[in-house]
Design a protein around this ligand. Sequence first.
Ligand code: AMP
Length: 403
Amino acid sequence: MSKDNTRAYNKKSVADIDVKGKKVLLRCDFNVPVDKETGKIRDEGRIVAALPTINYLLDNGAAVIACSHFGRPKGEFKPEFSLCDVADCLSKHLNRPVKMSKDVIGDDAMTLSQNIKPGEIMLLENTRFHPEEEKNDPEFAKKLASMADIFVSDAFGSVHRAHASTEGVSRFLPAVSGFLLNEELKYIGGAISDPKRPLVAILGGAKVSDKLAVISNLLKIADTVIIGGGMAYTFFKAEGGKIGNSLCEDEQLSSVLKCKAEAKERGVKLLLPVDSVAGAEFSNDVDPVVVDSGAIEDGMMAMDIGPAAIGEFVNEIKDAGTIVWNGPMGVFEFSKFAEGTRCIASAVANSNAISVIGGGDSAAAVRKFGVADKITHISTGGGASLEFMEGKALPGIVCLLDA
Ligand code: AMP
């Protein structure tokens, strides 16, 4: 097993350093979902998730200069992408004022950050108001860093990007992880570097091309890899099966055959859904029919795994020591095709395994099916958790001080 594919990060956290009397530049993930019509914050989850690190810093005598990106303002000041509402929401949760700066590295930010006292918090404007943020411009990073003595990174959802506020600032300041990021390192890092066995990886979702790198890495680490969702049908077609109108990426046929061969070579159990639930069109207003996954009639589209597949997958999950799950088993947004994802969510929740769920749709699924509180760890970053599981070096983590 190559070390690169089982990347664990042993990084210093905010609890390992003295923050008393220090100014801390804290990178949060305040990229909250907003209502398209009113512009109001739709889900405060990301703000609430940042509270433990912020409260720890404030209670331990640090002054906090928080920053985040928000949406895609494309490097320009645009009022609809201001973090003002986030500052108000944060202030409500912290029960203390949050000073909002009018700019990111301008006069207002500099003056506020010079005058901030221990136990106080301010928030910089959206880092993406400057094109230099995404370009990881050293001068921009230096200016951001100049406001503080320490950099604390707590924005897991952005650590796969080498931006000025996620990576660049670490070249000018001692950099450590916050509690939220630390949890991701502990659980995702633990699952792929030192899993309690057997390690069962469950991968689903629509596009196999998005998940090939993660499948390939998990084949080197896991004992069992379960494949469901729309991406399973590229495997069936590659083996000469009939898949009707089911999702398929023809350009990936040879890649998925390589995955199968690799699994065989490594002695990894690679499970595909033996049966599926199909419908005549991509809609919930169709009659669901159970079909063999490699013998789907023309005009039919597989939109969920079938009952035999559920039974086989649940059986495998029940004995797992560690489970990592990324991607739904079917079109769980449609009630008639949600059963596969619901059963897998409930099996993962009821197992005694350490369970780690990548962000995005599988996280939404465990919440929808009311089992989120029985999952050991639900990642806060979709893209970042996928790249973590691919074994990639994530720039926003690599740059932190080693423990
Ligand atoms: P991804 O972003 O690749 O993880 O894909 C998530 C999406 O895949 C969800 O919106 C699901 O509805 C969709 N999906 C899962 N299984 C299927 C399927 N068999 N056919 C079409 N879409 C699917």
